[in-house]
Design a protein. Structure first.
Length: 114
């Protein structure tokens, strides 16, 4: 990768990091509408399991690239390894935020008077 490409990737990563820190609700709603699965009978639990599997796959892919880079096998560059590690990190942060929101919602529901 050349220096301009690396700078471009770094700029994209900074934008993603800012989006995580201050999510735009209209963008999240639009993304939710786009990624919402068709009404094929899958439940919330299955959707969460699929999301967790996706996060795990990103982490495994990052780990494999790191291993390839460290051992010299394959043709993984430092930039590719870093980008994949950031993707895995962002995925994990997003999943953690979803979990925190779910726990918060559960606590609010449990504290409601009957």
């Amino acid at each position: 990768m050349s220096s301009p490409e690396i700078n471009s990737v770094l700029a994209q990563m900074r934008v993603l990091a800012q989006d995580i820190q201050k999510p735009d609700m209209s963008a999240l709603q639009a993304q939710s509408a786009q990624t919402r699965p068709a009404s094929d009978g899958t439940g919330f639990g299955e959707a969460m399991q699929d999301a967790i599997k996706d996060v795990n796959a990103e982490a495994m892919k990052a780990g494999e690239l790191v291993k390839q880079f460290e051992t010299g096998q394959g043709d993984a560059s430092v930039a590719e390894v870093m980008v994949q590690m950031q993707k895995a990190s962002v995925s994990m942060q997003a999943m953690t935020e979803v979990r925190n929101r779910l726990v918060e919602a559960y606590r609010e529901i449990m504290s409601m008077p009957l």
